[in-house]
Design a protein around this ligand. Structure first.
Ligand SMILES: Cc1cc2nc3c(=O)[nH]c(=O)nc-3n(C[C@H](O)[C@H](O)[C@H](O)COP(=O)(O)OP(=O)(O)OC[C@H]3O[C@@H](n4cnc5c(N)ncnc54)[C@H](O)[C@@H]3O)c2cc1C
Length: 374
């Protein structure tokens, strides 16, 4: 079904992984869906992401956030299979497992503390040290003393997944219009909403979903909206076709590397609150390359392929913002996914699709609702 440019059922503001995933879960609902994108789809965060799908590294405690991340990871195999079938593009989903390592006594203690609750919470984790660790991972440096292995965790090529979603949505007649910046949204009488773009267009929609990533507060909305800040992440890749370690590795304080199927290894990342700047600095890169010397020194000798940075959308409590505006229920938010928007994309798509259709979401959304910042 084609979208009418000035009238639609659902208007989605922002064609990142979140906006496109919501459209994906609504694609068979016979709705006229229009997605407006100010620049390039996924330009701010999605195309910058390392694509790690690793819930257990992302929180210090069990609870609703971990449940949400693990629910999303469980959706991933079907999600990527369906997107690949619909688009003909593989998103390079790899259930490689993730290793979280320690090199010093303090890091070991922190890892042990984490192991204590995680081993109770999630079955199938492994504690590795000594020869067991060295035999399984001979490419790790001698300074690595112990590790937790998360066998069920994975990674994906985020830009390829987004591309697959865009191609599939186009097949379903869902338009993504680029070069259209939604400036403001207002009520249209008793029901429905009107969006105005900076390019002078007015669009009427029954419901509007705000998925603009870090740019939410840059819009000129006549309503209170939750705060979202850009958290800059610097990251790089090396060309390492001979690198034989095939798992994602997290190392303290904030480093990780991800061996991709195309023979590159992605190494990251910083987190800096420097506004909307996207720049890469030698000091930033050193933050995660210096500790890598102890963890996997051979990675430092491969040719540098690319450096880049992106803007994670971060809420004050670091949790996503999901659900309707407290006083305008037809205006819905899905942003603030911070470090985990790729991981959380299928669950966000599914939950927001339920809300749009007036169904009860399968997972309680109360910890993530926008009104917690009211
Ligand atoms: C360096 C780095 C590494 C990361 N690694 C991982 C990882 O390993 N795993 C993981 O799960 N997550 C990771 N993330 C986080 C993840 O990338 C984000 O959480 C996710 O991409 C957010 O998606 P989004 O769709 O909300 O935002 P975006 O991808 O930023 O998309 C929002 C879109 O909205 C558009 N837009 C904004 N305002 C407007 C407007 N007014 N009108 C129209 N369009 C608008 C923007 O141009 C943009 O295209 C990483 C992020 C960075 C920066």
């Amino acid at each position: 079904m084609k979208s009418n440019p000035s009238n639609c059922d659902i208007l989605i503001v922002g064609a990142g992984i979140i906006g496109c995933s919501i459209a994906w879960f609504l694609r068979h609902e016979n709705l006229r869906i229009l997605i407006l994108e100010r620049s390039e789809p996924g330009g701010l965060a999605t195309n910058a992401a390392a694509g790690i799908l690793g819930p257990l590294n992302e929180t210090d405690r069990p609870g609703p956030f971990l449940d949400l991340m693990q629910a999303s990871l469980a959706l991933y195999p079907d999600f990527v299979r369906d997107v690949a079938e619909a688009s003909g593009l593989s998103p390079d989903f790899v259930p490689s497992g993730i290793l979280s390592v320690a090199t010093t006594r303090e890091e070991t203690q922190r890892l042990k503390n984490r192991w204590e609750w995680q081993n109770q919470h999630t079955p199938g984790l492994e504690w590795l040290e000594g020869n067991a660790l060295k035999n399984l991972y001979p490419d790790l440096g001698p300074g690595v003393s112990c590790a937790i292995r998360y066998k069920q965790e994975a990674h994906v090529m985020a830009p390829r997944l987004l591309k697959g979603l865009l191609v599939s949505l186009a097949h379903e007649g869902i338009t993504v219009r680029t070069g259209a910046t939604v400036r403001t949204v207002r009520k249209a009488g008793k029901t429905g909403l009107i969006a105005e773009t900076a390019q002078g267009e007015t669009i009427r929609a029954a419901k509007i979903l705000l998925t603009p990533g870090a740019y939410l507060n840059e819009m000129d909305l006549p309503l209170p909206v939750p705060p979202v800040f850009p958290a800059n992440g610097q990251i790089l890749s090396v060309r390492a076709p001979g690198f034989s370690l095939r798992t994602v590795v997290f190392y303290p304080p904030n480093g990780y590397f991800v061996p991709k199927l195309d023979g590159t290894v992605v190494i990251g990342a910083t987190e800096e609150m420097v506004g909307f700047q996207t720049r890469v600095t030698p000091g930033g890169i050193l933050e995660f390359l210096n500790p890598l010397k102890r963890v996997c020194p051979q990675l430092l000798s491969y040719p540098l392929q690319q450096t880049w940075s992106g803007l994670r959308p971060k809420s004050p409590d670091g949790l996503p913002i999901l659900g309707p505006h407290p006083s305008v229920p037809d205006l819905l938010f899905a942003t603030g996914h911070h470090r985990n928007g790729i991981l959380l994309s299928p669950v966000t798509g599914k939950l927001l699709a339920s809300l749009v259709l007036g169904k009860d979401p399968e997972i309680p959304l109360s910890p993530f609702r926008p009104e917690r910042f009211a």
